[in-house]
Design a protein around this ligand. Structure first.
Ligand code: PHE
Length: 341
């Protein structure tokens, strides 16, 4: 054997071995190739034994070529191992034409969106967003709002108490007191937030959302209240939406009223949604009872005011025609996904 032939053999072996490792498609195939080329009885060993047939002075060059070959084959083997480790399992095909998996992207919840929309309408009228705590004291939720202790008017609030004197607020009205305590008039605020009552049916959830409004300033009358709420109904539903005020009672407003809007479904003719009356009850309101001013140190101020409380869930149900309040809070998002915000 002459050196030329030896180097030729090395070259052929290199090409064969590299191709075998590059094309190994499974761990078994790779192992087969390893045995064939790097194993104790493999081609590499066989070739190195051929060195003995060369003349002594020809061996250094041949040895160098052989060492290079060993290094190349070993690293091709290692590379093929890595490639297989990160590749799909045997038999699993990678179909590059498949569309990618869509990552679900969240969006603003319908209630959040409705609440922001309502606040934005009042902000344009000059009211400023204010917030208050969801865990409230008896004092702010009831007492300073003129609910006497043991008075039956507390019953309609279906309260969830945490301990004596501390409850999950039943309405956002406590923020009226908290704000007036801290600021001199004029006060023009709108208060979005979560509220809680022991209520659970098709249109009531133990947790729901309200938006409180409070305006206390010089010369505020019930005409201002009606004007502000009419404008709100027109902006929130449609320009032609009509409202009506019905006498009602709240301990912290005098006089008090419930506000109805002409039914969004039939426009006032009477249908199933409005139970034939043509009107839908949507919020409570009234003129601030001057009794509250004594609690917040306004008794000497020459002011008057109005307040209102809007049920956000009810507004959203009417606007988006949902039949069941639970759709807002259930883990089944099929309904809400129709309204990406
Ligand atoms: N807080 C009352 C309720 O939740 C609503 C209301 C707010 C009424 C402000 C009058 C004035 O029932």
């Amino acid at each position: 054997m002459n050196p030329q032939e030896f180097l030729e053999k090395v070259k052929t072996l290199r090409e064969e071995a590299l191709a075998a490792f590059a094309s190994a498609a499974s761990a078994d195939e790779l192992e087969g190739a390893r045995v064939r080329y790097l194993g104790s009885k493999g081609a590499l060993g066989e070739t190195s034994r051929l060195m003995g047939k060369l003349d002594k002075q020809e061996r250094p060059e041949a040895g160098k070529a052989l060492n290079e070959l060993r290094e190349m084959i070993s690293s091709a083997f290692a590379g093929a191992g890595e490639r297989l480790a990160s590749a799909p399992e045997d038999g699993e095909m990678l179909d590059v034409t498949l569309p990618g998996r869509r990552v679900p992207v969240g969006s603003t919840h319908l209630i959040t969106r409705t609440s922001r929309e309502i606040c934005a309408i009042f902000e344009k009228m000059g009211l400023t967003i204010t917030e208050g705590p969801e865990v409230e004291t008896d004092y702010y939720n009831f007492e300073a709002l003129n609910f006497p202790k043991d008075h039956p008017s507390r019953d309609m609030q279906q309260s969830l108490f945490l301990e004596e004197g501390l409850l999950l607020r039943t309405h956002t009205s406590g923020v009226q007191i908290r704000t007036m305590e801290k600021t001199r008039p004029p006060v023009w605020i709108v208060v979005p937030g979560k509220t809680y009552r022991r209520d659970d049916d098709l249109t009531h959830s133990p947790m729901f959302n309200q938006i409180e409004g409070l305006v206390v300033d010089r010369g505020i009358t019930m005409a201002d209240l009606k004007g502000v709420l009419s404008e709100f109904a027109r902006k929130f539903f449609s320009e032609s939406t009509k409202i009506r005020l019905r006498p009602s009672f709240f301990p912290f407003t005098e006089p008090s009223a419930e506000v109805d809007i002409a039914c969004v479904s039939c426009g006032g003719r009477g249908c199933r949604i409005c139970k034939g009356s043509g009107w839908l009850e949507v919020l409570g309101c009234g003129m601030v009872d001057p009794a509250l001013y004594a609690y917040v140190g306004y008794e000497r101020e020459d002011v008057s005011g109005f307040a209102f409380g809007i049920g956000v869930d009810r507004m959203a149900m009417l606007k988006y025609r949902l039949d069941y309040i639970g759709r807002f809070y259930s883990g089944d998002t099929r309904c809400l996904r129709q309204f990406p915000g």
